[in-house]
Design a binder for this molecule. Sequence first.
Ligand SMILES: Cc1ncc(COP(=O)(O)O)c(C=O)c1O
Length: 482
Amino acid sequence: MYLDLDGQGARYAQLIRALKSAILDGRFAAGARLPASRALARELDVSRNTVLAAYEQLQAEGFLLGRVGSGSFVANVGSATPQKRSANTLVAPLSSFARRALANTDGRRIPGHQHSDLRYDLQYGLPLANPLLGSVWRREVSRAAEHVEFDYPDAQGLLALREQICDYLARRRGVPAAPEDVVIVSGTQQAFALAARVLLEAGDTVVLEDPHYRGARQVFAAFGAHARGCRVDNEGLVPAALPSSARLAVVTPSHQFPTGALLPLSRRVDLLDWATERHAWLIEDDYDGEFRYGGRPLAALKSLDRDGRVIYIGSFSKALFPALRLGYMVVPASLREAFSATKWLEDRGCNALEQATLARFMADGGFERHLRRAAVALRARRSAMLSGLRRHAGDAVEVVDSNAGMHLTAWLTRASHADCERLVAHARTRGLGLYTITPYCLKQPPRPGLVLGYAGLPPADIEAAMKLFGKCLQETGLAPSR
Ligand SMILES: Cc1ncc(COP(=O)(O)O)c(C=O)c1O
């Protein structure tokens, strides 16, 4: 049984949230029998008491019916769900999309923003803070404002920005694109949502790498798609493990999210063949393709797309800052009209002032200067993390060194999933924010892992954080042997 534990707080509370979501979502139908507590505890690698406590609480709240000696059954909660999210949800009849959206996001924002009490937060997704960029951006916005047109912008995006993006993609990512192939969007998240609207019917199968980016899973689940995981090894997605049919697959070939693997050319070719033969679409999420610190740079998958099956997505969230909410898609010619029309209906186009600012910033070389400086800062943070892990965690972790991006994945070599939970909880009491890989997985991975973000802290803090990490390993009985 697949349950998405979100890694926040006590395990029994996570299990309660996951079971409620599944019931509200309709994945567990009324009358369905839940697994025996012992079996579920084994599957989730938690104690049986954790499962019993969750089942009891759900019975008390009316989500489950218990029959002595015959197990727990899902109650008929109907469409007017008893979960009190807000006063409005009790009176408003919500669409099935809204119900799925609520069930899949839990109303949560990026967790990193909730932990300001931590001394060192290794949350993935925290941006590289750069005060210089703030003042440069302020100046660029005010310059662009002098020339901005007041009418609605082209919904596909300002031509000047689309031209800059094409130039950038050709030089840095090997992607040949013309401005008419590009749609400017408010980040990757909107690109996923547009792709769902344009390409999916409820019930269609969407393939996700396992592990994968949660933002993608949440959008496609809200649209009623059925997510299927595809195995990932240390070279990235395993094409032989792709299902025999699917409507689309979301892939991160340049830097598998979150394991960091770089998909080799032969697998890229197999993946494209799979899509062509099945008339499936590939969504290439090139989320941090700007930052490589050595090793072989591979052009984006889109550069090999002879049959027009790849929808390429780039974002300025990592390259600049996530608050900007700007990204872009390069869509095959056959889908151009559909994406433009959908974007027009959705929001009439992205903010013209921000687009014009970015176009100027790219045209006058400021963007690439910023990328060079950011890469130097990130490289120093990454080195601090790698050497700190070597020194303080030794063979207790196995690090996937992918020479790219803003995070590392560290597999715990001698710990169970329960040990990993203990480590995370203990680290929090010591002011260190650690995050497990589990929320990014459809299926529990064979080993526990941590996703360690390094963009948000300067090197000295990362060194201190790694020292504290080593102490936490010792204090939880997971210390390295050398
Ligand atoms: C895998 C992945 N894709 C895309 C994004 C960027 O999303 P957005 O452009 O919506 O900010 C992120 C950001 O953390 C990410 O981790």
